[in-house]
Ligand binder design. Structure first.
Ligand SMILES: Nc1ncnc2c1ncn2[C@@H]1O[C@H](COP(=O)(O)OP(=O)(O)OP(=O)(O)O)[C@@H](O)[C@H]1O
Length: 558
């Protein structure tokens, strides 16, 4: 491709220049390879300017000029992004200005100045020639220059590159299309563009320019930044559902986050695309938060969510259990709605005492129809009372999502690898594929596109990967207490290892009740655990607040 580009550029030069052919070609050659020849140009400039200064200036003017040039070079070097680049620029500036001042005072031909210029110049030029990003930038520049010629072969004749930015993983170009050509038709030609640029398959992404219909953004990824799995980095402090949680990394290495409060999530992808991995990542973000209770439905018999059981408020692993869970969720939603009405509030703001409820369903399509009906109602009415539905499925067909009614309620759409193009539209919405949201060419598990109010461009991300030890660590640190104490009135012992018994003993020990810090000490569990246990016991009518901040067991337990 490069040879072809060179030929076409030369042809263009011949067409565009009317001067003598030889002069034009030579000038073109030195201009074309200006980046490679830069060290020679600088050496030539130093020699010529030192000759002029030697003849015209006194020593004082030379020293002043040297100091001024050195200071300017240092200011420019400070802007360079990497430390090593800054050090290189300053070293070259010191060498060049030192040589120049000596040459301007003594004369450039004074031995050993010519030898010094050649040897020091060559040594200093080696890092420049070898610099990977410089070479990359030059290569991209040449590709962009050749674009108008190459584009004809990709059916984009008349298009031209407005700007290009090179980064560590590839480059992004803004391309102006010929008048009358739509962004959509250029997006449909991304495979032809990849062929025209001679890059590997699926490494070109074309998206619409949000500002102009006749412009597109072409992203070429030469080194895949998502190729390596990314371990889960740990949760934010303090974890909360009211803020976006990190679920993976983006192409540019930054974390991709998603807000789950008052939103429902649809995750779709073929077998092995990484749905369960993504569900795990979401769980890892939610479980440590004390303002959300998480329920799980895993119709693979608990294979995926089983390891989280200790931290889930409820876990259903059979269709019957799932129906019971959804029925309980529906009752909870109605209870919340009544409570909201009594309080005269429009939205439920999650706190430790009044947590949000997130229901995660792995293999949503396997839910029994009755549960799907309830899920539909939860999706429609859940937002105001902070009930979030997170559904993962292999193919969100009309049937699998309750005739598509639930799907239309999903605010966050996450598409992993799909088998057919139409599946991308099923997950992300009609027309997504044609607008450049394509996941059928993804090959790595965990790579996804996300579409929600905060993510509106089809940038690939890769979900964090959690290993079993991390899951075990999270669940042991953030266990959810069972609804009722295991031994409601067990005898008090100083060495009682059961936190439920310890909690109950502390609640019944004195008529004044116990404070939350007392209960934390008695159980050895975090505040979140204690609050959650108190909430469950209160709902079961087993405890009441004896005074503000003090809790006591109700006199007559059932
Ligand atoms: N984010 C990720 N990074 C790296 N590897 C991953 C990631 N997510 C999943 N994988 C790997 O891909 C494999 C399949 O992942 P996972 O079980 O999550 O897929 P799935 O879509 O849930 O499949 P199924 O539909 O069979 O449940 C796993 O063995 C896992 O090691």
């Amino acid at each position: 491709m490069r040879r072809y580009m060179r030929r076409s550029t030369r042809r263009k030069l011949r067409e565009n220049h009317s001067g003598p052919m030889a002069v034009t070609s030579i000038t073109g050659f030195f201009w074309r390879f200006r980046s490679e020849f830069l060290p020679f140009y600088i050496a030539l400039f130093l020699a010529v300017s030192a000759t002029v200064a030697h003849r015209a200036w006194g020593a004082g003017a030379v020293v002043l000029m040297t100091l001024f040039s050195l200071a300017t070079a240092c200011v420019v070097a400070r802007r360079m992004p990497r430390r090593i680049e800054r050090a290189y620029a300053v070293t070259v500036a010191i060498l060049a200005s030192g040589w120049w001042s000596a040459a301007a005072i003594l004369s450039p031909g004074h031995p050993p100045l010519p030898t010094l210029l050649v040897t020091a110049g060559t040594v200093a030029a080696i890092p420049w020639w070898a610099h990977r990003r410089r070479r990359e930038r030059v290569r991209v520049e040449r590709t962009m220059q050749a674009w108008p010629v190459l584009a004809e072969n990709a059916g984009l004749s008349g298009s031209r590159v407005m700007s290009a930015i090179v980064d560590a993983w590839g480059y992004t170009a803004r391309v102006a299309l010929r008048r009358g050509m739509s962004a959509r038709s250029a997006i449909a030609r991304s495979d032809e563009i990849a062929s025209m640029l001679g890059v590997r398959p699926n490494s070109v992404r074309v998206t619409a320019d949000p500002d102009r219909e006749d412009h597109v953004i072409v992203r070429v990824t030469e080194t895949d930044p998502l190729a390596r799995p990314n371990p889960w980095p740990g949760h934010d402090h303090p974890a909360t559902i009211t803020k976006p949680i990190a679920i993976g990394v983006s192409e540019d290495g930054t974390a991709v986050t998603v807000l789950l409060l008052r939103r429902h999530v649809l995750i779709g992808g073929v077998v092995g695309a990484g749905k369960s991995g993504l569900v795990n990542t979401i769980l890892a973000g939610l479980i440590p938060a004390d303002d959300v209770t998480v329920w799980g439905v895993d119709l693979k018999g608990g294979m995926e969510l089983g390891p989280w059981a200790q931290s889930l408020g409820r876990l259903a692993t059979t269709p019957d259990d799932a129906l019971t869970l959804f029925t309980a969720a529906w009752e909870e939603l109605n209870r919340r709605t009544r409570e909201q009405a009594q309080r005269g509030e429009r939205t439920w703001n999650p706190t430790r005492e009044r947590p949000a409820l997130a229901i995660l369903v792995d293999e949503f399509a396997e839910l029994p129809p009755e549960a799907l009906d309830i899920a539909d109602s939860l999706a429609r009415l859940g937002r105001a009372v902070a009930v979030t539905l997170i559904a993962a499925t292999q193919r969100p067909t009309q049937d699998a999502t309750g005739n598509g009614a639930i799907r239309s309620q999903m605010d966050v759409r996450i598409a992993l690898r799909v088998r057919e193009r139409a599946d991308t539209d099923l997950i992300l919405g009609a027309g997504a594929y044609k607008s450049g949201w394509r996941t059928d060419a993804f090959t790595l598990p965990g790579v996804f596109l996300i579409l929600d109010p905060d993510h509106t461009t089809p940038t690939p991300h890769r979900a964090y990967l959690l290993d079993d030890d991390t899951v075990a660590d999270i669940t042991s640190r953030y266990p959810t207490p069972p609804a009722l104490p295991a031994r409601s009135d067990g005898p008090h012992t100083d060495h009682n290892p059961d936190p439920n018994s310890a909690l109950w003993t502390a609640l019944t020990a004195t008529p004044d009740g116990a404070s939350v810090p007392d209960l934390v000490t008695a159980t050895g569990r975090p505040r979140r655990w204690v609050y959650y246990a108190l909430q469950q016991l209160q709902e079961a009518g087993k405890v009441r607040q004896a005074a503000p901040g003090r809790w006591h067991a109700t006199p007559h337990r059932p």
